[in-house]
Design a protein around this ligand. Structure first.
Ligand SMILES: [Zn+2]
Length: 182
């Protein structure tokens, strides 16, 4: 598509335009809405919690709790973009119908069984950070079936719904995944 456009417009403003298109082609995607510790966050959701002023701080502390659990550091997330997606499934290279994904970037749905979540802590972010830190696509590490320390670390926070504040209740079942058997 970039090549086609380049050909169409070459007559008009050859070099200036070619340079412009080349930089457009090299663009990795939309720029993040905000950054925490070098991690870009893209909000593609209307969930009430995504419009709150505390969102960056909540994302950061959730990432920190997840990194503590997985033994990782923010350096391991450098260059990763996290997308909070209002759709029930997210784009994921090679995995149709995923509700959350790590494929070099992290995408998490802000829905759970069609119901909008109350806070970023409830998303599968802590699960996907695990893949970013330890890989383990098949979930053989026993920590995929635990998550109790993360739930403990993130408990007692506020959640948000359109009609007001609620509790950000933790449910480890959203994060757990049994090992895949081949
Ligand atoms: Zn997983």
């Amino acid at each position: 598509m970039c090549v086609w456009r380049q050909r169409q417009r070459r007559m008009a403003r050859a070099w200036a335009l070619a340079a412009l298109l080349a930089s457009a082609c090299a663009d990795r995607g939309p720029s993040p809405d905000f950054q925490v510790q070098g991690v870009g966050v893209l909000v593609r959701s209307e969930a009430t919690f995504t419009t709150q002023a505390d969102l960056p701080a909540r994302v950061e502390s959730t990432l920190r709790a997840a990194l503590d659990y997985w033994g990782g550091t923010f350096e391991q997330l450098a260059g990763v973009t996290i997308t909070l997606d209002g759709a029930s499934t997210v784009e994921c290279r090679g995995v149709p119908g995923a509700i959350a994904c790590y494929d070099g970037d992290i995408r998490v749905s802000t829905l759970d069984a069609g119901v909008t979540l109350d806070c970023v802590e409830q998303t599968a972010l802590v699960h996907e950070v695990g893949h970013a830190v330890i890989g383990d696509r098949d979930h053989h590490d026993p920590r995929w079936m635990d998550f109790a320390p993360v739930a403990e670390a993130l408990s007692g926070r506020d959640g948000y719904q359109p009609d007001g504040a609620t509790a950000c209740a933790m449910a480890v079942s959203r994060w757990r995944h049994p090992p895949c058997r081949h």
